[in-house]
Ligand binder design. Sequence first.
Ligand SMILES: [Zn+2]
Ligand SMILES: [Zn+2]
Length: 182
Amino acid sequence: MMPEWLWPAASEKSPNAPGDDELRMIPRWSMVLAIVLFAGMQYIFHVVMPHHKHELLPLRLMMGYAWGSLVASYALLLGYVSRDVKRRGMSAGLWMLVCVVLPGGIGAVVYFMLRQPVLSRCPNCSTSIAATYHFCPQCQFQMAPVCGECHRGVKITDVFCTQCGHDLARDGAPARLRVYGD
Ligand SMILES: [Zn+2]
Ligand SMILES: [Zn+2]
């Protein structure tokens, strides 16, 4: 049996676990697009392109495979970005355009450099919360410990506020600790 205090820690891990969740981020349309593009590349290299010289067959197979995987992975990447923008509260249209227009995957690189942190959910009312929020905009649930005097963010281990010097012990336990304790 798992002790009760371990449960929140165990359930907290699952939304951030890489692997399964990240794979599920790729929508079906982009998988279909990837297969179609891969097949299309094979068609171009083996049917459309003239191939009188039969000794070049290994090279043609290799080129078809290389270009096919390149365009297919680009389609999967686009699919991933189209879902990833939503859970980060960014503009889907703008970033899809950037990824399509900038050639050679540069758009995707720019996207991965500039993307915002994943939105979390308010544990109280499950509103989407940006990483910088200290309070839920809908129910005032306290997401991070703040100074009771100036309301700027503090660390949970701080004794005094680093901004205004307020004695944090006088605030009592932060609201989020009180909620988890219930
Ligand atoms: Zn809330
Ligand atoms: Zn303060």
